[in-house]
Design a binder for this molecule. Structure first.
Ligand code: ADP
Length: 347
């Protein structure tokens, strides 16, 4: 009997020692949100100490800064925010529920990952920026050369122009992505949807050049709050994809409609469709289902990445439904908090 109790006690001690030495901060809470126990990493990452902080209300003890804001928000996770005691440390935080009404707060130091991510972003931004000037020069000279003066080189010149334009577009798209990634806050503009959709509709007609039946529905009767330029670019990317990945004779529907949660912008096509195994990776940079088809239609492989970033900045989501051989629907879902009444400027 005694030895069993001792064994259990030893097991318990081992478990607690293991949790105490865990590299992530762990904060065990009771049903009222009071601290029951914290491990050693909680001192370094959160400034909490055991046994000093036993019984304190976590929301009061950590009420400041980004972590305090997240604790009040009730959201399940926070990513890449400042640690409360040292803004040089970046953390991820999440709630883990267990037992009855008990929760553990787990906080991980992601400073090194955040630093590497920054190095990657800076590198891409710098490379794109450095490429821009030489490309402009090459492009300029190519435009100056008249193929009629050297007919033998006409096909070569034509191809060089196409490729230099393509490289220019890739560089511009990479710079747009860099800007979106570095952007913390959105302009809070009133984005008039009727005007935006009408310009998207015109673009669709111009891109398709009569090869598709393009229909258009605006039932939402509401506007958006955010960046007019970026939203226009995201919406127009989806239309350009629908045109490029739908053979002649197909149909493209552009819709702006209300939903129980807010409103959604969707583009449906009757094109090639996308096999299910590709869907999850479609918004990665340069990810393509078919490289040859993307290139042949003038794609940079960056369009959907741009769409995803723009939507993230607007707290909106991209949903993709597709069936190979039948077609695809790309939907941008906006929360009610993003919507404005039409015509209410600067609301
Ligand atoms: P791209 O410039 O190659 O079109 P995107 O990022 O816009 O790059 O799209 C990534 C890939 O997703 C495309 O290469 C294509 O394979 C696929 N895709 C995007 N939109 C559609 C669509 N409407 N129908 C079929 N496939 C699509």
């Amino acid at each position: 009997m005694v030895s069993r109790a001792r064994r259990l006690a030893a097991q318990l001690r081992d478990l607690r020692n293991a949790a105490a030495a865990f590299p992530d901060a762990l904060v065990l809470l009771d049903a009222d949100g009071r601290v029951r126990w914290v491990n050693r990493a909680a001192t370094r990452l959160l400034g909490l100490a055991w046994p000093r902080d036993r019984g304190v209300l976590l929301s009061e003890r950590l009420h400041e800064g980004a972590l305090g804001e997240w604790l009040r928000s009730g959201e399940a996770r926070a990513e890449d925010i400042d640690a409360p005691i040292d803004a040089g440390i970046r953390i991820n935080a999440r709630w883990i529920a267990f037992g009855r009404d008990q929760r553990v707060l787990r906080v991980r130091d992601v400073s090194e990952l955040a630093r590497l991510e920054q190095v990657r972003r800076d590198f891409v931004a710098n490379v794109s920026h450095e490429l821009r000037t030489p490309l402009t020069v090459i492009h300029g000279y190519l435009e100056l050369l008249d193929p009629q003066e050297v007919p033998a080189l006409a096909p070569v010149l034509g191809e060089m122009r196409v490729q230099s334009r393509r490289m220019g577009q890739i560089v511009e798209d990479l710079l747009t992505l860099s800007r979106l990634e570095m952007q913390q806050h959105l302009p809070e503009e009133h984005v008039p949807m009727a005007a935006t959709l009408s310009s998207i509709h015109k673009e669709a007609l111009a891109l398709s050049q009569g090869r598709h039946r393009i229909t258009f529905e605006d039932n939402a009767q509401c506007d958006l709050r955010g960046s007019a330029k970026d939203l226009h670019s995201a919406f127009s990317n989806l239309v350009s994809n629908a045109v490029r990945y739908t053979p002649s004779g197909g149909e493209i529907k552009i819709r702006w409609q209300r939903t129980p949660e807010g409103a959604e912008y969707s583009v449906t096509d009757t094109g090639y469709g996308i096999p299910a195994e590709h869907l999850a990776r479609l918004t990665e940079r340069f990810y393509r289902v078919s490289s040859s088809r993307s290139r042949a239609t003038g794609g940079t492989g960056l369009g959907l990445s741009i769409v995803k970033h723009v939507l993230n900045l607007h707290h909106a989501r991209l949903v993709i439904d597709s069936e190979p051989g039948k077609g695809s629907t790309f939907t941008c879902r906006f929360d009610a908090a993003r919507l404005l009444d039409p015509g209410v400027e600067n609301a």
